[in-house]
Ligand binder design. Structure first.
Ligand code: ZN
Length: 335
């Protein structure tokens, strides 16, 4: 099957959230579930268990439409709409206990599919509505990660739509946790409306504080967004998929040894690719670009890491190539 054309409706959907599974793939049946894996690109707020989010909304008496809006649909039209499916999860994660619980449960869910190393990222400044400080938000998440049954570390995300002053302050605050669970600094958010370049001082502050650097780019917008991220001095790029449209950028990624942390289902739902059969992961790997595979957001994407490996296999990657992606993840991890 692997070498056959996959121009058909190669459709994500792990069945994890009860969705249909038209590709006939169940992550629970997947051979990849048994592989020991590292995941480098996993958003805390995009991975909250639906049952937990509903429980927290009830406990906190939040005035949110139920059921909560937590899973982006298969016909999600854009990155901006995809990001809106994080909103309800962020709304319920405004207390120390809720943050700690979500982080801990993410560790459990990851370990259950044999992930033994996990980098969890989120934007602390989106969790200040009830009076928590950035330091309290970070400490709460680290508490949940430390209690998990695997090695889990944190990447703090600045947001593209926040001011550079706020993001510099965030980088300094996050830097206080360098060596104590926070390993990296990232920039996330709407890539079409907000360029990355103005946030350079935040990246410089994070580097000075001892954090490793990554940046979301190439999930929406233009291939040049990927070069804009490279110019910030990052070691890895979250996604980078759209950069694959420009052979010059692909060659630059290869020659610089840049690592792309790709997430097939999320890339497709954000419309970085029109369908999964057009996902650039196989071509990037064969061009010599270092790639890893992640979920991005288990709940919003409705997937698991084992399922993303299955999809990559259906996209044409051999098991040898999938193992290489997993090795790259262990080589390129920040923790
Ligand atoms: Zn992401």
């Amino acid at each position: 099957m692997r070498d056959e054309d996959v121009t058909g409706p190669l459709t994500p959907g792990s069945g994890r959230m009860g969705s249909k599974d038209p590709a006939g793939i169940s992550s629970h049946m997947s051979q990849y579930r048994g592989w020991t894996k590292a995941e480098l690109h996993c958003h805390l707020d995009g991975a909250v268990r639906a049952s937990t989010a509903e429980e927290l909304a009830t406990e906190q008496g939040l005035d949110l439409r139920r059921p909560l809006r937590l899973v982006a649909p298969e016909d999600c039209p854009s990155q901006a709409v995809y990001i809106s499916y994080f909103d309800d999860a962020i709304a319920v994660l405004q207390t120390a206990a809720a943050l700690e619980r979500a982080a801990f449960e993410l560790c459990l869910d990851s370990a259950a599919e044999n992930i033994d190393y996990l980098e969890v990222r989120w934007a602390p400044r989106l969790h200040l509505r009830n009076g928590l400080t950035v330091a309290e938000v970070i400490a709460s998440v680290l508490g949940g990660l430390a209690a998990g049954p695997l090695k889990a570390v944190a990447i703090v995300c600045a947001m593209r739509d926040h001011t550079v002053e706020d993001n510099v302050a965030l980088a300094k605050e996050a830097g206080r946790f360098a060596g104590h669970g926070v390993v990296g600094f990232d920039l996330a958010g709407d890539e079409v409306l907000y360029p990355a370049a103005p946030q350079r001082p935040a990246f410089e502050a994070a580097r000075a504080a001892g954090l490793r650097l990554t940046c979301h780019a190439g999930e929406a917008g233009e291939p040049s967004n990927v070069e804009e991220a490279l110019a910030l001095g990052v070691e890895r790029i979250a996604h980078g998929a759209i950069g694959a449209r420009d052979p010059r950028i692909v060659e630059r990624l290869r020659s610089e040894g840049m690592v792309l942390d790709l997430c097939p289902t999320a890339n497709w739902k954000c419309k970085a690719v029109a369908n999964l059969s057009e996902h650039p992961l196989p071509a990037l790997m064969r061009a010599g670009v270092r790639c890893t595979i992640s979920t991005d957001s288990r709940t919003v994407a409705d997937t698991t890491l084992s399922h993303e490996f299955e999809l990559a296999s259906q996209m044409g990657l051999s098991d040898h190539e999938l193992k290489r992606c997993n090795e790259v993840a262990y080589e390129a991890k920040f923790g």
